[in-house]
Design a protein around this ligand. Structure first.
Ligand code: PMP
Length: 443
């Protein structure tokens, strides 16, 4: 294929305001464009195969362009392109959520559908607030997030999120929000899997309870593994401790599993991996193998039943989206869950994770590397920042990797990787060799 077939005209380049991207630099630089995908690979506009170490953006868990999922979407588009789910519905919305409930952990068997992870996070926060009010505890309105947390870009998500740049331009945000410390400690450097130190960081929640009183606190939201801020793995025992404190004070615990859901840690959800019961789970990305936008909130039976029994109005929750349960997303979701199941992809991720761990940690002595952390099929490689130019080194590595046929993700000066669960040992070897070579070439 002629590469110019895919190249946007200078005029076309002017319209797309790209998300989380330095637009001026991108549009004036050498563009990176992806035009096709299959399995573990993308193809770039200039016809090169690019090995995908990031499953797109933590989302194409079964690999790209899976025929079963594509066929399900095409078929559905030709049969029922859209149907509302306000006061009326279509069968696939029930079928899909029922199927999803079979892999949701504990008693989280009810599902509210959204279109993205951001909407899932905001929906979970709203359900938490409304739940307390339904039970006559309307003073429980405070929300607690963490430093270095990402919960999407809605006003709720950025309020409980802990990334200064995502918050700083947008006014006062939600009031009554506190942030627990993040769990990234220097003594855990180069930890394999869950770090040893830091479970007691969860006790910061007790201090907030003392400060505000439990009667005012609605929920704590955490990513079991923080991804967007550079792969922060929770210390051993930390999440269990959070759960205990939440139970003690009638505080809901929300797991934002937008990246850890759907097999990333070798189990359906991180809640299974850590054996910790959340009250609500946010999902997105891998829910449809990223083919059609969709998010969801898994809700415990206890919370759902409270709404069904205590609501004074016929509509139990004044919340929803035009596209909650979009037929194409539901069709994609069903085919995706079947693919995970038929191919045993979650177990596969668990099986190959030790190889992944050893491979990424073999970069310990590579140039610029100051920390490596991993869990399941996730890895973070932290680089020394370039003097006076934070993020510049990682961006150079990103560019060089792309030139060398490898897609990575960088956040700050950290390389974050989360490959499709279909990855094979040869792909892992290729990722590590490419990274070693590129790091060596990087100034
Ligand atoms: N929560 C987490 C933990 C995420 O990683 C993300 C996306 N990276 C989101 C929420 C937001 O999802 P979306 O971009 O689909 O809105």
């Amino acid at each position: 294929m002629d590469s110019s077939d895919h190249f946007p005209s200078p005029d076309a380049l002017s319209s797309f305001w790209m998300p989380f991207t330095p637009n001026r630099a991108f549009k004036s630089g050498r563009h990176k464009l992806l035009v096709e995908a299959d399995g573990m690979y993308y193809r770039s506009h200039d016809g090169r195969e690019i090995l995908d170490s990031t499953a797109g953006l933590w989302c194409s868990n079964a690999g790209h362009n899976r025929p079963k999922i594509t066929a399900a979407i095409q078929k559905q588009a030709a049969v029922l392109d859209f149907a509302p789910t306000f006061n009326i519905a279509h069968p696939l919305a029930f079928e899909f959520t029922h199927k999803l409930s079979h892999i949701l952990p504990y008693d989280l068997k009810k599902v509210f559908l959204t279109n993205s992870g951001s909407e899932a996070a905001d929906t979970a926060l709203k359900i938490a607030l409304a739940y307390h009010r339904m039970r006559g505890n309307g003073a429980k309105t405070r929300l607690i997030g963490r430093e270095r947390a990402y919960h999407g870009t809605g006003f709720g998500g950025i309020s409980v999120g802990g990334i200064v740049k995502n918050r700083m331009h947008f006014g006062t945000l939600l009031t009554g929000v506190d942030h627990l410390p993040h769990t990234h400690l220097p003594q855990n450097v180069f930890s394999k899997g869950e770090p040893e130190h830091g479970a007691d960081l969860a006790d910061a929640l007790e201090r907030l309870v003392t400060l505000h009183d439990a009667s005012t606190i609605a929920a704590v939201i955490v990513e079991p593994v923080a991804g967007s801020t550079g792969v922060l793995i929770p210390p051993k025992g930390y999440l269990k401790r959070l759960r205990e404190i939440c139970d003690k004070h009638d505080i809901l615990l929300i797991f934002d599993e937008v990246i850890t859901g759907f097999g990333r840690l070798g189990t359906p959800f991180a809640a299974d991996y850590f054996d910790v019961r959340p009250d609500l789970i946010c999902m997105a990305k891998g829910i449809t193998n990223a083919t059609v936008p969709m998010g969801a909130v898994g809700v415990s039976n206890r919370i759902y039943d409270t709404f069904m029994q205590a609501s004074e109005t016929p509509i139990e929750l004044f919340h929803g989206y035009t596209y909650s349960g979009h037929p194409l997303a539901c069709a994609a979701g069903i085919a995706t869950l079947e693919t995970y199941e038929e191919e045993g992809l979650f177990a596969r991720a668990a099986e190959i994770s030790p190889y992944w761990q050893d491979a990424v940690h073999s970069l310990r002595d590579a140039k610029h590397v100051i920390d490596i952390r991993n869990l399941g099929l996730i890895a973070g490689i932290e680089l020394t920042p370039r003097e006076g130019a934070p993020t510049a080194r990682a961006l150079e590595v990103f560019d060089r990797c792309f030139e060398a046929g490898l897609l990575i993700r960088v956040t700050g000066d950290i390389i974050a990787m989360s490959p499709p669960l279909i990855i094979e040992k040869a792909h892992i070897d290729c990722i590590v060799e490419t990274l070693r070579r590129v790091l060596d070439q990087t100034a």
